[in-house]
Design a protein around this ligand. Structure first.
Ligand code: MN
Ligand code: MN
Ligand code: MN
Length: 250
């Protein structure tokens, strides 16, 4: 599919989705963001993405994989952009992800996504964020924008926010809202499988993901598992951010 369809422009006005009182944290602490030196090309995340049609398919796949279960993560994904949608208009998404049970937060910038025959490719940079600081950014996204600025003392660095300010020329951020995801993580035949149940304000979707250096080969292996066990699936045609932005189920 074309890039523009993968990251559609932000429909205005922005609904204040998933705004919760306990996201407000008055005890703002400093972020720590470990930014490596900028590589020549942004790292590419390659993932197999297979869509499951319903809760029944998700249930039967979870049962099938249960001997290989490693952990279950409860993720909250929140997205940010300028009021003029400079990031999404440049095929980019800025995300803060909280991933329980351990308190942790990760800032990520994903750019130029494409997806074809169930294989997704996207430029991705990730940096850890201090969790309570990340929570406070949900109600005050300007704090995110100031990470690593020179007047911040210069001892906190963020390559992501440097690019957001300098490359994408963003000088104001708003929180677009987001969605929750329950992710079952499994190790199966040397693959790390991620079984997702994603809860949007407008409905729930189910998806199996697998990061892979050999996606065509591994896709065949995973499709074999699903076929042999009668689990229905199709190739995902949009990423979760695009589903969120479209405000409707694919
Ligand atoms: Mn990733
Ligand atoms: Mn993914
Ligand atoms: Mn992933």
């Amino acid at each position: 599919m074309p890039l523009a369809a993968a990251f559609p422009p932000l429909p205005l006005p922005i609904p204040a989705l998933l705004r919760r009182q306990n996201w407000r944290n008055p005890n703002t602490t400093r972020p720590f963001a470990a930014a490596p030196d900028r590589p020549l090309a942004e790292p590419m995340e390659v993932e197999i993405k297979l869509r499951l049609p319903d809760a029944a398919a998700h249930r039967s796949l979870a049962a099938l994989l249960s001997p290989h279960h490693l952990k279950t993560l409860h993720q909250e994904n929140l997205f940010f952009d300028s009021p003029q949608s400079q990031l999404s208009r440049n095929l980019s998404a800025l995300r803060v992800r909280f991933s329980g049970p351990s308190p942790s937060a990760v800032l990520s910038l994903k750019s130029k996504p494409s997806i074809s025959s169930g294989i997704s490719r996207v430029e991705e940079t990730e940096e850890p964020l201090e969790e309570s600081f990340a929570r406070s950014c949900l109600s005050d996204p300007g704090q995110l924008l100031s990470i690593g600025k020179e007047d911040d003392g210069g001892h906190v660095r963020s390559e992501i926010m440097r690019r957001v300010r300098e490359e994408f020329r963003v000088n104001e951020l708003v929180c677009l809202g987001g969605f929750r995801n329950v992710r079952g993580v499994y190790e199966w035949k040397g693959l790390k499988l991620e079984l997702d149940e994603t809860e949007y304000s407008f409905g729930t979707t189910y998806e199996l993901e697998c990061e892979s250096g050999e996606p065509e080969r591994d896709r065949e292996v995973i499709e074999g598992l699903l076929r042999e066990n009668g689990v229905s699936y199709s190739y995902s045609e949009v990423n979760k951010f695009a589903v969120f932005m479209s405000r409707k189920l694919p």
